[in-house]
Design a binder for this molecule. Structure first.
Ligand SMILES: C[S@@+](CC[C@H](N)C(=O)[O-])C[C@H]1O[C@@H](n2cnc3c(N)ncnc32)[C@H](O)[C@@H]1O
Length: 271
């Protein structure tokens, strides 16, 4: 089964109209693939049939969100990124009396707890607030709880160590049956909240914004719009951390940033 670009645009426009979720500027190939996958899973054969169903059935839409918003994540994902944060960003953040950080597209929270651990080890967690946002409410709920499968802890611990961690990683969580729960002291300074990068505005001024593996799902216009949002939301000399496959290439603001670490995609806003 395949469908025309116009049919896809119409479907995404109706979703935007009915639910206010704007996927019209997501990278087309990826949205197309996910819709086809979802339709096959639901045994829906035609796109117009799917279109009629999704605008009437909020539950179906909620399920669809889980598919479109890819939730894959891990703790200390790309350990060299976190190593660079330790070496190039943390000391500079420590010079601020009060530190505001935005983790945009935080998925189920593993990235947020990783940042909280870095801040704690730097001795600045207690004067930091981390705003962790995502469009996916289900993911945010998991993030808030901070409960994860015990079987993933081995790889998370290895990532932590590769990222320069020297503490005992298991001190940060308590294991119970097949799950682990991250320590309350890490959660205290985290505010979890829904925020849609495609339509919502800035809500504060930050010293550091992390948005990793989210822009890759957006087309060039939306990437530009989101980088503008980050630019407006950063203080001068604030840091921006992107994912390994992401860049400022499509942003009209790219000249207003300098590379702090080119390989790790860490930038500083210079004007
Ligand atoms: C692949 S995950 C990345 C998670 C984490 N940042 C990481 O690098 O491990 C992509 C996340 O982006 C979120 N997302 C997608 N579109 C979004 C939007 N318009 N606004 C906010 N978050 C969005 C998804 O819900 C998902 O949680």
């Amino acid at each position: 089964m395949n469908f025309e670009n116009k049919e896809l645009k119409d479907l995404l426009e109706s979703i935007r109209y009915v639910y206010g979720y704007d996927f019209t500027d997501y990278a087309e190939a990826s949205v197309r693939r996910r819709i086809l996958h979802f339709m096959a899973y639901k045994k829906i054969e035609a796109l117009d049939e799917f279109g009629k169903m999704i605008v009437r059935d909020e539950k179906l839409f909620e399920e669809f969100i889980q598919v479109v918003s890819v939730t894959v994540t891990e703790m200390f994902r790309d350990p060299s990124f976190y190593k660079s944060l330790r070496e190039n960003v943390m000391k500079r953040l420590a010079t601020y009396p009060f530190i505001k950080i935005w983790v945009a597209g935080c998925a189920t929270g593993e990235e947020v707890y990783s940042i909280a651990i870095l801040l704690k080890e730097e001795g600045i967690l207690n004067r930091s607030v981390i705003y962790a946002t995502d469009i996916n409410q289900k993911s945010l709920q998991i993030a808030k709880e901070g409960v994860y499968a015990v079987e993933n802890m081995k790889s998370h611990t290895a990532n932590y160590q590769k990222a320069g961690g020297i503490e005992s990683f298991s001190d940060y969580y308590k294991a119970k049956y097949n799950s682990v729960m991250f320590d309350k002291s890490l959660k205290q300074n985290i505010v979890f909240s829904p925020h849609n990068l495609a339509v919502d505005k800035s809500f504060n001024e930050f010293q550091f914004i992390i948005c990793r593996n989210v822009l890759i799902y957006f087309n060039q216009q939306l990437q530009n719009k989101v980088i503008n949002l980050f630019y407006e939301s950063l203080c001068t000399f604030g840091f921006l951390g992107l994912g390994s496959k992401e860049s400022l290439l499509f942003s009209e603001k790219r000249k207003k940033f300098e590379e702090t670490d080119r390989k790790e995609k860490i930038f500083i806003k210079t004007e």
